[in-house]
Design a protein around this ligand. Structure first.
Ligand code: GLA
Length: 676
């Protein structure tokens, strides 16, 4: 913040306090120590905060002391709101990207507070903006406020206003250490009968999403797959359309057989090499043709980002065999398998004790792992399992693979698994986080399992779950990972999802065929983490942001929902073939951020056909008109634009494309004429 702005803020603060003192006879010191500034003032921390968008603020406390909010975790210890050495008895402790919308009914006079990063994070990396939006327009903006800088006084006229939104932005650099306080926050009302009410954000009209179910046959994504010669091969041709469908393949690679009624290809490649296979899908409503490329070589897995399902975000530690089977059934029934979703992954909590020979067993919830894998394979789908390099998994009570790596991998292979998520967690007991965190130590356990997997007679997609230290995206491919987690655990809030997604700038250079940045599993549909199932907290527009951003970034799309209860919107959201074609584009070039203007961002990626996929994202509190210029995309002249969510041609545009993007929303388009 410039000096001049600081001086203005300081002057405003004095004015606010003098005004309050005059009107309500409260003194500055009294206000800070918890006396209301005027009789008509309402502490914001006395309102219902459950409607906050983003993490719920802590009334009268700073937002520190652990994650909180997750089942089984103790509530974080109370920490007073402290700014520049002053403790505020009232106020809100927030993390960035939290919005609190308050209905004022035209009966408010002003909003007063002191905004800053809490003293407890004075030396952190936090940077935030404090903003006050009145009836859809920004009336106060603190400018970028970094940890250690003095807090700013806030005093906003609310005369006649219907609605105010209090917002703390992440300063454009992610949410790390963004522990912010609205110290002493109060709304002064016109009289003592008026009361502000929190409302949640204004509800936008739902986005238009095309149906993923079409009558005419269609060959979907992925269009490329790989396998090690001599190892079991399984691929379900991703094709949709009214059935019964019939499949034909010309030039199928040696060693493989196509089931013409299911489109499932099985066998084992007999030799290395790349085979373009001409596929025809015929149904009562027509015919579709296309090429599926089969690559035979070692380390040719995940040539496009894995598409599938994982148990964690829905069933958590309570997952059972029946739920995994139901997920496989639902992938087929909903048509998502026909759109390319393949992996059915069991996360933590399948493990039983080791037997007398040290061999890992499954627990009582998984009576027969081989039968389960056979069941999933029977549908042309693949199955994933979970472990870690430490002695115990992240759930602590379960055994992980430390000093049993070879033995465990052989067991997974014997059962018929195809994918391993290998989660660091208790490996910190072996190589302590704050002790030996040198790169070779971080890589060691992953290299060990890589070597073990290479010696098996089965292919495993290798998913590294490592986050917290060591920039895994810079070396995940080097240790043979097919994907690696670049973030802590996601939750279904705008702050969590957008905080993760929009923090991926510059990571795109590390993604490519066979090795992808994993921004964690999807948080749409019915979720629960092992507790009561409920709908995602993301709005429909926010869900489009989630899937668009993950698709542009070539992130794995691993569904975390109970698909047996998926509604039409969720299925169309997850199964949109034109959006999935972006995610699964065989060129494998992940999007980076092309431009940013305040809280609107354009992300784009080149596609294998010579066109570009472009997402216009609005992270702001209200709708914004956004423009992407051809010059930003390396394009020129007149170019056709197609809306991918709606499957709608928007016509040819010259030099630029402008569109109104809803709050927390996206418009995802494909621009250009195919050249290949
Ligand atoms: C960690 C991972 C999650 C999940 C749990 C299971 O938190 O990040 O994705 O696998 O462990 O315990």
């Amino acid at each position: 913040m410039t000096r001049i702005r600081r001086v203005i803020h300081a002057a405003l603060a004095v004015l606010a306090i003098v005004t309050l003192a005059r009107r309500g006879s409260a003194q500055d010191a009294a206000w800070l120590s918890g006396v209301r500034p005027t009789a008509n003032a309402i502490w914001v921390d006395s309102l219902d905060l459950s409607k906050t968008i983003g993490r719920e603020p802590r009334p009268g406390q700073a937002a520190i002391g652990g994650r909180g909010g997750r089942a089984g975790q103790p509530a974080p210890a109370p920490t007073p709101i402290t700014l520049d050495g002053t403790v505020y008895q009232h106020g809100l402790g927030v993390t960035s990207n939290a919005e609190l919308w308050i209905d004022l009914g035209g009966k408010a006079k002003r909003f007063v507070a002191v905004g800053g990063i809490d003293d407890a994070r004075k030396t952190g990396r936090g940077s935030v903006t404090f903003e006050v939006w009145v009836d859809g327009r920004k009336r106060f903006d603190s400018g970028l406020l970094k940890a250690g800088q003095p807090a700013v006084p806030i005093n906003v006229d609310l005369s006649g206003a219907k609605r105010v939104a209090l917002f703390v932005g992440d300063g454009g650099d992610g949410t790390t250490d963004d522990i912010a306080d609205w110290g002493g926050a109060a709304i002064v009302m016109t009289d003592n009968t008026a009361h502000p009410v929190t409302t949640g954000a204004p509800v936008d009209p739902p986005p238009v999403v095309a149906s993923s179910a079409t009558a005419a046959p269609s060959l979907n994504s992925p269009r490329i797959t790989g396998s090690t010669p001599g190892r079991p091969f399984l691929f379900r041709i991703p094709a949709s359309g009214a059935g019964p469908l019939k499949f034909a393949a010309k030039n199928l690679a040696a060693g493989l057989t196509l089931d013409v009624t299911t489109g499932i290809i099985t066998g084992a490649l007999t030799r290395a090499g790349t085979t373009p296979v001409d596929v025809t899908v015929t149904g009562p409503k027509g015919k579709a043709t296309g090429t599926i490329t089969i690559v035979g070589s070692q380390h040719s897995l995940a040539l496009t980002p894995p598409l599938g399902w994982n148990s964690w975000n829905v069933w958590g530690g309570a997952v059972t065999d029946a739920e995994v089977r139901a997920a496989a059934d639902a992938l087929v029934k909903t048509g998502l398998a026909a759109q390319g979703y393949t992996y059915v992954n069991i996360d933590d909590a399948w493990e039983g004790p080791r037997d007398a020979n040290g061999e890992i067993t499954s627990n009582e919830k998984f009576p027969d792992m081989k039968a389960l894998a056979d069941y999933v394979h029977g549908k042309g789908l693949k199955i994933g399992i979970y472990s870690g390099p430490g002695p115990r998994t992240c759930q602590q009570r379960f055994a992980a693979s430390y000093q049993h790596e070879m033995q465990d991998a052989k067991t997974w292979a014997k059962w018929g698994f195809d994918y391993i998520k290998y989660d660091w967690c208790s490996y910190s007991d072996i190589e302590p986080k704050n002790g030996n965190a040198e790169l070779p130590a971080l890589q060691k356990p992953y290299l060990l399992l890589r070597a073990v997997l290479d010696g098996l007679d089965r292919d495993f997609v290798y998913s590294l779950c490592q986050y917290g230290w060591g920039s895994v995206w810079t070396w995940g491919a080097e240790v043979g990972g097919n994907l690696w987690r670049v973030t802590g655990d996601i939750t279904d809030t705008w702050a969590s999802m957008s905080g993760i997604g929009f923090a991926q700038t510059d990571h795109e250079q590390f993604a490519g065929p066979g090795h992808w940045n994993d921004t964690d599993m999807l948080v749409v549909g019915k979720l629960g983490w092992g507790g009561t199932l409920r709908d995602t907290k993301l709005t429909p527009n926010e869900q489009l942001v989630h899937i668009s951003l993950w698709s542009l970034q070539a992130a794995p799309l691993i569904i975390g929902a109970d698909l047996s209860q998926a509604d039409e919107f969720t299925i169309n959201l997850l199964g949109n073939p034109e959006v999935l074609a972006v995610n699964q584009d065989p060129l494998g070039k992940a999007a980076g951020r092309t431009t940013r203007n305040g809280r609107t961002e354009v992300w784009s990626r080149p596609l294998s056909d010579g066109t570009r996929a472009v997402g216009l994202f609005n992270r702001d509190l209200v709708a914004q008109t956004m423009t992407v210029k051809w010059s930003d995309l390396g394009l020129a002249g007149s170019q056709p634009v197609r809306d991918l969510w709606q499957h709608k041609d928007l016509g040819a545009k010259s030099d630029a494309f402008s569109v109104v993007v809803p709050r927390h929303g996206v418009v995802l388009v494909k621009i250009g004429r195919p050249t290949r």
